[in-house]
Design a protein around this ligand. Structure first.
Ligand SMILES: C[S@@+](CC[C@H](N)C(=O)[O-])C[C@H]1O[C@@H](n2cnc3c(N)ncnc32)[C@H](O)[C@@H]1O
Length: 272
């Protein structure tokens, strides 16, 4: 039998513990999004390193800075924040020790952290984080093994009694969050695509199947204002009912499994 004390065996034990506790990472991310920490640190571009106490004073009337610091440290280890250790002679900050010279931990945003900052259009990846950790989805995760035991009913349905999009459609707050999450992810993605891709050149009537709020079509229309005459944003009726009015974009509600509108070109983009 293999030696139980070998280095590789010890590494494996640590790895399985880390995997078992992995849920703490997205849940911490969810917490800092709910607390709006990224916008507080960013402060219009300042991105000045702040202590947990300083961040807390910006986001809540009161709270526990030590617990916030635990979350910040955890996410710093995953590259969301940069931790700055500041040597101070004496402060009232909880994060410093009582000795005459102590260390204060401060946090700024990394490139990853900046994806959570609300931009001038009111968008960021924050809604995507929240969308992925809303209760209905979280309820389904412990049932993933059921997809193996009985694949006829997906875990989401077992947990919530109906398929995800039926569920979203009945809950305006989930529907709204889904629209915001998709816009937050798709606008920067589409900007990057359109920088180097010109496959929509010459298309006059373009259909986006599952187009959500219609952001992708809006951006394509902006790139081809003279040739692209009509964008058809096709999505579920509840979704297009909430989509903003956009010049050149016609919102059409329906079920893509039944039929989709015709066009010179039809595209479909998933968020990831
Ligand atoms: C992952 S989102 C992608 C949204 C958008 N294409 C983007 O990339 O930002 C999937 C979209 O498909 C839509 N959808 C789901 N089932 C659909 C159906 N049966 N018919 C039409 N649209 C559907 C959802 O409402 C949602 O807007």
């Amino acid at each position: 039998m293999e030696d139980e004390t070998t280095e590789s065996r010890n590494r494996a034990r640590l790895a399985i513990l880390e995997l078992a506790n992995m849920i703490s990472v997205p849940m911490s991310l969810n917490a800092i999004v709910r607390l709006k920490v990224a916008d507080a640190i960013w402060a219009g571009g300042a991105n000045t390193p702040l202590s947990a106490s300083q961040i807390l004073s910006l986001v809540l009337p009161s709270g526990d800075p030590e617990n916030l610091q635990r979350i910040l440290r955890m996410l710093a280890s995953y590259g969301v924040f940069e931790e700055h250790l500041i040597i101070s002679s004496s402060t009232g900050d909880f994060s410093s020790s009582s000795s005459s010279s102590s260390v204060i931990r401060k946090y700024s945003l990394t490139q990853i952290g900046k994806t959570l900052v609300t931009d001038s259009e009111g968008l960021s990846y924050a809604a995507y984080v929240l969308q992925h950790h809303q209760e209905a989805l979280v309820r389904a995760w412990p049932l993933v093994h059921e997809a193996v035991v009985d694949p006829t009913t997906e875990p989401f349905v077992k947990a919530n009694g109906e398929p995800a999009y039926d569920h979203y459609g009945k809950k305006p707050e989930m529907n709204g969050l889904m629209l915001k999450a998709m816009s937050g992810v798709s606008v920067p993605f589409m900007r990057a695509i359109l920088d180097g891709y010109d496959g929509f050149r010459g298309v006059q009537r373009l259909v986006d199947v599952g187009g959500s709020a219609g952001d992708c079509l809006r951006m394509i229309l902006q790139k081809y204002p003279t040739t692209l005459r009509q964008g058809i944003n096709f999505d579920l009726p509840e979704v297009v009912a909430k989509a903003p009015t956009t010049p050149g974009v016609t919102h059409v509600g329906g079920d893509m499994f039944k039929s989709i509108p015709s066009g010179d070109a039809i595209f479909m983009k998933v968020s990831h």
